[in-house]
Design a protein around this ligand. Structure first.
Ligand code: FO1
Length: 316
């Protein structure tokens, strides 16, 4: 079964660790959000690509869900203490190696796709990792107090404190899908929307011209990133109101109503199943707090089984 997964950061990576236990890893293509990307200390950093790479490669920091397991902070300390360089975004020593490789490839004229293939190859990943685009796309947060912040500046630099007036995915309209993305989606038996933030992770991917239409033509199942009226990683509840969406599993399903054949909600949200079904989607309820890879595998299996059957005319 060929699966294409649209993925953001930590939640998606945890889900993918389960997905590759229920689908042949080589049959999985992950299309990853690049709107979080930023340049710091002259290095091109791709947080979501790295989080997926490190998690699938078995090298992610287990508690954080991002950065490298067992990393040290020698360079970060020298940058801060001797050179007074910005230290709001922590880059571990091993993590820096990834950014150095990516930045070198880009500096030599290579694409983000090329850099991603080199890095994924070094981690011997069986799934195919593709950035959503090789073009510059940057998610920016317009705060209620009038500032225009890079998403990471808002999320990490200011701890997601400032109220959000608007989220802008700068460059998306001018971007083209990265090589292989449309082909992978077109060949997919199922497209999975991973449990990622709909505003800053799945949204930017679907905003790349041609992608939403390509996904809509395939069987699509999504996993709610919202559990019990609040998001699991603490940012969706600050961002969803900015796009006029309630913080609930059924409201998020409504954002994808044009795409979804199925939507998986956490068992704690079983009471929302009828509201999701009213969108015309099949709905399943299961445990979605991925405390172990086994739970993630069971969640992935539930999602795939929800749409593996004959396709109903999409009413949602
Ligand atoms: N998240 C933090 O809360 N603090 C950090 O200092 C931080 C550094 C960092 C470095 C590399 C990287 O790939 C991710 C990093 N993250 C950090 C996580 C990142 O902000 C989020 O995981 C994603 O961007 C959201 O999906």
């Amino acid at each position: 079964m060929k699966v294409v997964a649209l993925a953001g950061g930590v939640g998606a990576a945890r889900f993918l660790r389960g997905l590759v236990r229920v689908v042949e890893p080589a049959d999985v293509t992950v299309v990853v959000n690049t709107g979080d990307d930023l340049v710091l200390h002259g290095l091109h950093i791709s947080p979501d690509l790295d989080t997926v790479t490190y998690t699938l490669g078995g090298g992610v920091h287990p508690e954080q869900g991002w950065g490298r397991a067992g990393d040290t902070l020698t360079v970060a300390a020298e940058l801060r203490d001797r050179y007074g360089a910005p230290d709001w975004f922590t880059l571990g020593d091993r993590d820096l190696a990834t950014h150095l490789v990516r930045t070198r490839i880009l500096a030599e004229g290579g694409t983000l796709s090329r850099a991603t293939a080199v890095i994924a190859g070094a981690w011997e990943l069986a799934p195919t990792l593709l950035p959503m685009t090789d073009d510059p796309v940057t998610t920016r947060v317009r705060t209620a107090d009038g500032r225009d912040l890079h998403f990471q500046r808002w999320w990490v630099g200011e701890g997601a404190e400032p109220a959000v007036a608007e989220v802008v995915v700068a460059g998306a309209a001018e971007a083209t899908p990265a090589p292989g993305v449309l082909e992978a989606v077109g060949a997919a038996d199922v497209v999975v929307l991973c449990p990622s933030n709909p505003v800053v992770s799945i949204g930017p991917i679907l905003a790349v011209p041609g992608l939403r239409r390509a996904v809509a033509a395939r069987p699509v199942v999504g996993v709610s990133p919202i559990v019990g009226g609040r998001d699991v990683r603490g940012m969706a509840d600050r961002l969803l109101p900015a796009i006029g969406c309630e913080v609930s599993a059924d409201a998020v399903a409504g954002l994808y109503a044009d795409l979804l054949d199925g939507w998986v909600v956490d068992r704690r949200d079983a009471g929302l199943a009828d509201a999701v079904a009213a969108l015309g989607c099949r709905v399943a309820t299961t445990e979605s707090i991925m405390t172990t890879p086994q739970v993630a595998a069971s969640l992935a299996r539930t999602a795939l089984e929800l749409v593996a059957g004959p396709r109903r005319a999409r009413a949602c």
